[in-house]
Design a protein around this ligand. Structure first.
Ligand code: BYC
Length: 471
């Protein structure tokens, strides 16, 4: 697994000896760079950013720090090391050797999974493109841009698979990944959440907490794939994804901490009166991004998911972890999935296990989201405040699955469209928040009034470090 860092496209997949593939990727590179300049972080392309670049896949190699102009960032192709003798771990062909090439009968399904995954990566960069102009600190600005360059590297990861295993179709798909655009009416991104605006830093931190966490779970289930190059690619991507989650969860934790401080300072516990973000507003953003992110799991009863599992293409979360699951065939038994019953009731439907893979993944995801909420609520409890943040019901505001198409409240009861809207950020919320987050804070060590100072250091640098050097 030698790493070639001097190549035009840094890689550990021996591009040097595959001239056809290398040339194909090099011919896509200018389109990628054009896309990055046009739809990547706005107004920051000339600045020097203190970024981490992956230069290898071992413990040290993935975290090399330096100041970089973003268009010069070394986007590379890195796969986790192969596991000798790896076998397909689940489904109808469990125990067979993992595939190094795409099996003909699974070509369409794999292409679709890889394209769907690939499409989310540039989408998120597009969604976050304007946030730099509202950054609450240099530290946060640098974290945003780190997330952005890594999402773009994840695009490279999927494009590598398309070029190396899907021939001409793959090349066309790679072009299309740069043509679709988040929120565009005529050629939107594939999945719903990736077409929603990320206009404020509350959107960003909630997106990084809830939507990136869907990314973690989807990547983890693709890391189980019997198609070995996909598995190895996703395993390395997961190391970067963990950082994105900590940016999101840590961002909200700092907002909660600052809000608590401002509430205690105000005679009416009014955070807004003190220039802070009130907790009910934060709760509406949690409701929005959590429910949008649940839709990314697909329907809890899904024949697509059953086929992917049967074929050994997409497994459960940590399917291969020793001792976690006994049954990797899932031909027997059922999983209880909620569906709307008569007169506003909710019923449990027994769904055959393979068809319930999305539901299982979503349940595991929700348990992890609850831990984030618990951390934030701990901060409120420590401050002696009574308010608590919570996840809305999984029935709330759904556009995918059994509860889509009729209004269900955040409390999980039948509701009205107006009541659902009242639990989501509205136009007035957005206008108010945009005014609060008007303009970046770019002085070293300074932070906007609505968020507490960071507590975690980046590469052991002091908090007043020059994370961004303006051109
Ligand atoms: N929006 O059987 P169903 C990340 C479609 S995030 C629009 O219910 P299935 C990241 C579906 O395509 C992770 N359409 O679901 C995070 C299907 O269409 P057809 C991204 C949707 O197929 C932050 C129909 O509805 N990775 O990495 O089992 C920043 C019925 O589908 C949606 C992946 O998603 C939706 N939300 O599961 C950056 C992994 N949901 O067949 C990055 C790859 C469903 O009727 N994707 N549909 O034409 C998949 O595994 C699956 O495609 C899904 C859907 C889990 C998304």
């Amino acid at each position: 697994m030698s790493v070639d860092l001097d190549a035009r496209i840094p890689n550990n997949v021996d591009l040097a000896s595959d001239t056809k593939l290398r040339r194909a990727l090099e011919s896509w590179q200018p389109s990628f760079l054009r896309w990055w300049e046009e739809r990547g972080p706005d107004g920051l392309q000339r600045d020097q950013i203190y970024l981490r670049t992956a230069v290898g896949v071992d413990r040290e190699g993935w975290a090399h720090y330096d100041w970089v102009r973003m268009p010069d960032y070394r986007w590379g192709i890195f796969l986790a090391p192969p596991e000798p003798g790896r076998a397909v771990g689940f489904g109808d062909v469990a125990g067979n050797p993992a595939w190094q090439r795409v099996p003909g009968e699974h070509r369409a399904a794999l292409r679709r999974l890889i394209v769907t995954q690939g499409d989310t990566e540039p989408a998120s960069v597009e969604q976050q493109r304007k946030l730099g102009a509202r950054a609450p600190s240099l530290y946060d600005l640098r974290n945003l841009l780190q997330v952005n360059v890594e999402e773009a590297r994840h695009l490279w990861a999927m494009v590598y698979l398309l070029f190396s295993h899907f021939g001409r179709d793959g090349r066309e798909e790679a072009e299309a990944l740069l043509e679709r655009e988040s929120g565009e009416a005529d050629h939107p991104r594939i999945l719903g959440a990736f077409n929603r605006p990320i206009a404020t830093w509350l959107d960003f931190f909630c997106f990084a907490t809830f939507t990136d966490r869907d990314g973690k779970y989807q990547l983890a289930s693709l890391a189980e794939s019997g198609f070995d190059p996909l598995s190895r690619t996703c395993r390395f991507m997961l190391t970067e994804e963990a950082h994105h989650l900590s940016v999101g969860e840590g961002g909200i934790r700092r907002i909660v901490a600052r809000t608590a401080e401002l509430m205690k300072r105000d005679p009416n516990e009014d955070a807004r009166a003190q220039g802070g973000i009130d907790l009910p507003l934060l709760q509406r953003f949690v409701n929005h991004w959590y429910s949008e992110s649940l839709d990314l799991f697909g329907s809890p009863d899904s024949s697509n998911a059953a086929s992917y599992f049967a074929a050994g293409l997409k497994g459960r979360y940590q399917e291969s972890k020793t001792g976690l699951y006994e049954d990797h065939a899932l031909l027997e038994g059922s999983w209880a999935v909620e569906v709307p019953g008569a007169a506003g009731a909710v019923e449990a439907r027994a769904v055959p296990m393979r068809r319930a893979i999305n539901a299982m993944l979503q349940d595991a995801y929700t348990r992890e989201c609850e831990k984030s909420l618990a951390h934030w609520n701990d901060a409120l409890a420590r401050a002696g405040l009574a308010y608590r943040l919570s996840l809305p019901s999984a029935r709330f505001n759904r556009k995918i699955g059994a509860f889509a198409g009729s209004p269900w409240g955040a409390d999980g009861r039948p509701s009205s469209a107006e009541a659902v809207a009242a639990h989501l950020p509205g136009a007035a919320d957005l206008a108010w928040l945009e005014a609060l987050q008007d303009g970046p804070v770019l002085e070293r060590g300074q932070c906007a009034n609505w968020i507490a100072a960071p507590t975690h250091r980046i590469n052991a640098q002091p908090l007043d470090f020059e994370y961004v050097r303006s051109a």
